[in-house]
Design a protein around this ligand. Structure first.
Ligand SMILES: O=C1O[C@H](COP(=O)(O)O)[C@@H](O)[C@H](O)[C@H]1O
Length: 237
């Protein structure tokens, strides 16, 4: 199956690439252009990215882009509640692959804190995110179960985190896979992004996307909340 075979909602654009390397390059160019436009307009730009296994090549390509990184704030759509040194830390992934060379001048806001428990850490991240000067670019991923960010089907707090008009920015969540304890931006905050990308690769993710498009139960597959006009989907086999 190819993404061109799916019936996407009106206003959703698909960008298809032949290989993961070409996708990483194309996405990095497009994201950098959006950040440059924001810097020209407002003097600063905010980028929110996702973790997981897929985005490494994209981070490496984005770090090579010529832009005024000192005017860019970067944070994560979600984080595992582990310190930056932990192999599963999304912040660690960013430090290794994106915040390198000139891109190291970007300001990084970490969702993780060594609080007493996950709930306290989420409240701390919620307060920190008040500083976020609006989201110019959001890059989402998607799990095979239809989760995005750390909005996991069946997690406690999912209903609150998915409230379209919720005022809280960060919620504690439980993932079915280790590390279970996660911090996620709320749907309401993620939905404020000016330019939203869903970056996926492989036929399994396309099967998941196809299932997500077939129904509208957002709690069963939280990615559905973002299959909206203006979404840009980047895909490669
Ligand atoms: O657990 C997560 O999974 C999704 C998808 O990750 P991938 O490695 O399969 O691309 C990711 O978007 C999310 O941020 C992450 O926490």
């Amino acid at each position: 199956m190819a993404i061109s075979e799916l019936k996407l909602p009106q206003g959703v654009t698909a960008h298809e690439y032949r290989t993961p390397a070409l996708l990483a390059d194309g996405l990095a160019n497009d994201v950098a252009e959006q950040l440059r436009t924001a810097i020209s307009a407002r003097g600063e730009a905010t980028l929110v990215v996702s973790g997981g296994r897929s985005p490494v090549a994209f981070f490496q390509q984005l770090a090579k882009q010529g832009l005024d990184w000192s005017s860019v704030t970067i944070t994560l759509a979600d984080e595992r509640w582990v310190p930056v040194e932990h192999a599963d830390s999304n912040a660690g992934l960013l430090k290794q692959h994106l915040l390198q060379g000139p891109a190291a001048k970007a300001k990084f806001l970490s969702l993780y804190s060594a609080a007493a428990n996950l709930e306290d850490a989420a409240e701390q991240a919620d307060r920190l995110l008040v500083e976020l000067p609006g989201i110019d670019v959001l890059v989402l991923g998607m799990g095979d179960d239809g989760h995005t960010a750390s909005l996991f089907p069946d997690s406690p707090n999912l209903g609150d985190a998915l409230a379209p008009d919720g005022t809280r920015r960060c919620w504690p969540m439980l993932a079915p896979t280790v590390p279970h304890q996660r911090l996620t931006m709320s749907r309401a905050l993620l939905a404020t992004a000016k330019y939203t990308v869903l970056s996926i690769s492989g036929s399994a993710k396309l099967t998941t996307l196809s299932a997500a498009l077939a129904s509208d139960d957002v709690a069963a597959m939280p990615i559905r909340a973002f299959l909206q006009p203006t979404l840009e989907i980047y895909w490669c086999p």
